[in-house]
Design a binder for this molecule. Structure first.
Ligand code: 2P0
Length: 327
């Protein structure tokens, strides 16, 4: 009897970024990182191992992937097969739930959901710490999406010690993230390439490692104390310092576009007008603006006027991995 398992994992936004690997095979990061799991963006993935299959079959959003496009998934399934002592191929069906056309889908939710569904379908019963270590092998940021709320990925020094630890899973702090879709297209420089280039060519990289350590020391007590100003100032500065690694790489590159800079100015303007909010952004131009829920309508309205209401999505803290069926 082949088990079919469906898992749901939400994406996360890093407040203290992961930007560089120490070990590309084991996917060990150069530094720890810290994120907030979000409720609005998630992936549902169903996996069945089937002796009748002659290759892994991967469907994403109703489209069957070519073997080239499915390579990362196939490599990940090889790892699961090895750990579970299984040989059969798998049928993987994945649906990304993103409120608008694109731009915010993420390898974090994808590999977290795949780790959960594939490991259970292969007969393993991993706890969430072990699941976070497995998800890490698919994509670094997926390590953190196993847990809900505020999550730290402890860098560690080997496969066992590099895993996610929840800081506060059930977030009662009334905060929100206003996500701006400024360019829904695929990024030109992948995170994987971008961070590798930053590690090997930016002269600022050693400073970045110290920055992350200091920012983690500042942000964890701020989260526990619900100190929004320290949280916001730390996450905004951390994001800009991460992006300074791209600008200082050789050759230099950037994920910003014109709208990114315009939206940053709007955040500053909102702050000057007494609406406290702070931005962060990842390996793409789309800004995510942190605010307190009391201010969210006014901030959402401001950005809707600027970029169109379809391009403004409000998210809140979200849950960790869920299994939707086990039969
Ligand atoms: C993060 N990012 O901490 C950082 C900030 C993007 C900017 O993790 O190579 O898709 O699969 O480990 O996880 C995006 O990189 O890269 C990312 P891989 P991943 O969220």
């Amino acid at each position: 009897m082949n088990a079919t398992v469906t898992a749901r994992a939400h994406t996360n936004i890093a407040l203290v970024k992961y930007w560089g690997k120490a070990d590309t095979e084991l996917m060990l990061p150069q530094t720890s990182s810290l994120s907030l799991t979000l409720d609005q963006f998630y992936t549902d993935t169903t996996v069945t191992f089937d002796d009748q299959l002659t290759a892994d079959e991967v469907t994403v959003n109703d489209q069957l992937l070519s073997s080239e496009a499915a390579k990362k998934v196939h490599n990940f399934l090889n790892l699961v097969r090895q750990q579970a002592s299984r040989t059969s191929f798998a049928r993987v069906t994945s649906v990304n739930h993103v409120p608008t056309a694109a731009g915010l889908a993420s390898s974090a939710s994808a590999f977290a959901a795949l780790a959960g569904a594939a490991s259970r379908a292969a007969g393993m019963d991993l706890d969430r710490t072990a699941l976070s270590r497995l998800a890490r092998r698919g994509s670094g940021s997926a390590t953190r999406s196993i847990f809900g709320g505020f999550v730290e990925w402890e860098a560690g020094h080997d496969d066992l010690s590099s895993r996610a630890v929840p800081l506060i899973e059930d977030v009662t702090w009334p905060i929100a993230v206003v996500a701006l879709v400024l360019d829904p297209h695929h990024k030109k420089v992948s995170s994987r390439q971008g961070m590798q280039s930053s590690v090997t060519t930016s002269p600022f990289y050693p400073a970045w490692k110290q920055i992350v350590a200091d920012d983690l020391d500042a942000i964890k007590p701020a989260i526990r104390a619900q100190d929004f100003t320290t949280l916001g100032e730390t996450l905004e500065t951390n994001a800009m310092r991460m992006h300074a690694l791209t600008l200082s790489a050789r050759p230099p590159f950037s994920y910003f576009n014109g709208d990114t800079l315009t939206a940053m100015q709007t955040v500053k303007g909102l702050r000057a007008a007494g609406l406290e909010c702070y931005y962060t952004l990842d390996a793409g131009p789309n800004l995510k603006v942190f605010c307190q829920t009391a201010d969210v309508s006014a901030i959402q309205e401001r950005f809707a006027r600027q970029f169109g209401s379809d391009n403004v999505i409000v998210a809140h803290p979200g849950p960790g991995i869920q299994f939707l069926n086990k039969a």
